[in-house]
Design a protein around this ligand. Structure first.
Ligand code: G3P
Ligand code: CA
Length: 240
């Protein structure tokens, strides 16, 4: 069965990367969630997509310039007009909640030259502390970051994200010890998905929001896909 991962939670309807969006994804019946992590000034791991808080909160500035306490005062829900304030979650808060359910979780590490080797270890230590190594997939566009994660914790699955066509991506994935890969759906035609899965590499394309694309992936039995709209995906999956 093709698994459904809710991208930044149920972000088609709720504010992305908030506990509300994650909980609604679980309520809807998604198999997993995807989230993005960044580092704060005081070394906390927070769940937010952009390097800056501007697009998703009522604040301005770079995440790395805020302490966790300062970030928690911001509202990550106001752009979707929620009545209740939604704070930026810490990764710890999400992992605590994951212990109460069976969801899988894809943690995307937003790692660059400034945060490389600063963000990976705390993320991994927390996953290990919560005993969630077998339910977590760590992904990143920074494949060097994934190599480093594997060095620290080979028991936690890694999966490279990529948006441009790669030559034989399944062999590339194996070369960095990834058991899966997360291509942009446009660079994941059926022949690439089939070849990868035959080779033993899981494929979880992103971000699949159109019914036609979802059907294509269900039809070929792709490992999973990542979508903003888990409700639509679940409705369509019933037909397969
Ligand atoms: O995990 C797939 C997807 O989240 C990667 O792109 O920009 O939405 O983090 P982005
Ligand atoms: Ca992401």
């Amino acid at each position: 069965m093709t698994l459904i991962f809710a991208h930044r939670g149920y972000s088609a309807k709720y504010p992305e990367n908030t506990m509300k969006a994650f909980k609604e994804a679980e309520k809807a019946g998604a198999d997993g969630i995807e989230l993005d992590v960044q580092l704060t000034k005081d070394g906390e791991i927070v769940v937010i997509h952009d390097e800056k808080v501007d697009r998703t909160t009522n604040g301005t500035g770079y995440v790395i310039d805020f302490t966790f306490e300062e970030l928690r005062k911001l509202d990550a829900g106001h752009k979707k007009s929620l009545l209740k304030k939604e704070p930026i979650p810490s990764l710890r808060e999400v992992l605590e909640w994951l212990k109460t359910n069976n969801l899988k979780c894809n943690i995307e590490i937003k790692s660059n030259l400034a945060t490389f080797m600063k963000i990976e270890q705390p993320v991994i230590s927390m996953v290990q502390e919560f005993g969630l190594s077998d339910r977590i997939i760590i992904s990143s566009f920074n494949h060097y970051s994934l190599v480093y994660c594997y060095r620290i914790a080979p028991e936690i699955e890694i999966a490279p994200l990529y948006a441009e066509g790669l030559y034989m991506p399944w062999v590339y994935a194996e070369s960095i010890r990834a058991k899966g890969m997360h291509p942009k759906f446009k660079v994941a035609p059926n022949e690439i998905i089939k070849a990868s899965m035959e080779y033993g590499i899981d494929v979880r394309p992103y971000t699949v929001n159109k019914e036609k694309e979802m059907r294509r992936l269900f039809e070929i039995g792709c490992t999973a896909f990542i979508t903003d709209d888990p409700v639509l995906a679940l409705k369509i999956r019933k037909e397969y």
